[in-house]
Design a binder for this molecule. Structure first.
Ligand code: MG
Length: 397
């Protein structure tokens, strides 16, 4: 697989003077979570986006680290780079910073549009199969008036609206084409990246954006954004699923738990790699979305799952959550054994699960307990695991 096939550039270098006091608007909280964190998370959690690079102002490094604290360890998040004097300079510097990574496709998105949805991201990416570029856009329904005087506006003309579209972001391009287009227009002031592409003669598709994909530009926009967020979250509910699994020890020299191999006096016995922690967590996620259990999706009677790495099961559960338009909010795994010692491997396990589930490791907990030498785990005959998963899903009517 080619790495970094699709990289998202989030433009966050603006000073946001129009949004009034309180610093750049992208770092301000929107219902308790920074605008920029909401925006970036939408791209990090998208299955077709391989990497995310944020372009920030050089004065904002501390604000960035604070606002993004729970996302900084996300495997898809690249280190931020500094932008330039104007938005166009910032985007170009962001593109230049990817020259060694050489993504095939790049998505350019404003940090101040936190309501970008997964379907819109998918649509702009899909359009690149046949075009040089594509942008999210909406047809204009309002009648458009033209006035030649800004100070004493009077109608000078009514502009036919049939052919007019409102450009949003993300705007998606083949990386090499938009980079050379940007290099060719240094010093010009174009208002979006599509305009940069147009000067290079790129074929750029208009794909359906979303009316919710608003740009927070002025201080008043925060009120509207909070209302919009309230409407969205009131249509969501949390569901919790539970999972439990046990595997016995057999002869061997290492166990695999939550994707991490730990040297041990035995291995775990099972038809797959016997990753007891990942199995319990997979069942918990499937439980939260009412999709049965691992055995339903990967019957032990089918020889092809023999020795299968358990991330295949967890990836299936992750994708089913996405099919339900859900988001995995939190996972908690408890391992029960006398040995091996789990503590030294907890963070590696969290990172491993975060990588598979496409979420921040801040949303994943792994802990362990002995059973005071009681029962089968106490007799060191095997390992048990329990897990809970919390998923946010659209309300079922
Ligand atoms: Mg199992």
């Amino acid at each position: 697989m080619v790495k970094n096939n699709t990289t998202a550039i989030i433009v966050a270098a603006g000073r946001g003077a129009r949004a009034g006091a309180g610093g750049p608007k992208q770092y301000r909280p929107l219902a308790g979570r920074a605008v920029i964190a909401r925006t970036v998370e939408a791209f990090l959690s998208h299955g077709e986006v391989d990497a995310v690079r944020v372009i920030i102002h050089r004065d904002d490094r501390d604000e960035y680290d604070t606002a993004m604290s729970d996302l900084l360890n996300h495997r898809k998040l690249m280190a931020p780079v500094f932008g330039g004097a104007e938005r166009q300079d910032s985007v170009r510097l962001g593109l230049e910073s990817l020259e060694d990574a050489i993504p095939m496709r790049v998505l350019i998105h404003d940090a101040a549009r936190p309501f970008i949805d997964a379907d819109t991201i998918s649509r702009v990416i899909a359009a690149l199969d046949t075009k040089d570029g594509s942008i999210a856009a909406l047809p204009v329904f309002d009648t458009i008036k033209k006035s030649d005087s800004a100070s004493q506006p009077c109608i000078d003309d009514t502009v036919p609206r049939d052919a007019l579209w409102r450009a949003q972001t993300p705007q998606a391009f083949h990386f090499d084409k938009i980079l050379s287009a940007h290099r060719a227009v240094i010093g010009q002031q174009l208002t979006d990246d599509a305009a940069v592409g147009e000067t290079a003669g790129l074929a750029i598709a208009l794909v359906a954006g979303s009316p919710d994909n608003m740009k927070i530009t002025q201080a008043e926009d925060f009120g509207m954004a909070e209302t919009l967020l309230g409407r969205k979250t009131s249509n969501m509910e949390y569901r919790t699923g539970h999972g439990f699994d046990v595997h016995a020890f057999e002869d061997g020299d290492a166990v695999i738990i939550c994707g991490v191999e730990i040297p041990h006096t035995h291995k775990l016995k099972g038809h797959s790699d016997a990753d007891v922690g990942m199995h319990a967590l997979t069942d918990a996620i499937l439980g939260a979305i009412g999709e049965g259990d691992i055995g339903d999706h990967f019957p032990p009677t089918e020889a092809k799952w023999n020795g299968a790495p358990s991330h295949v099961f967890l990836e299936k559960a992750r994708d089913l959550v996405a099919d339900h338009n859900g988001t995995i909010t939190h996972c908690d795994v408890t391992l029960m054994c006398e040995a091996p010692k789990i503590g030294p491997h907890r963070d590696a396990m969290r990172a491993s699960l975060a990588l598979i589930l496409n979420i921040s490791d801040a949303r994943i907990s792994v802990k362990a307990t002995t059973t005071e030498q009681l029962g089968f785990t106490g007799r060191r005959e095997g390992i048990a695991a329990m897990a809970t998963a919390t998923v946010s899903l659209p309300v079922i009517d």
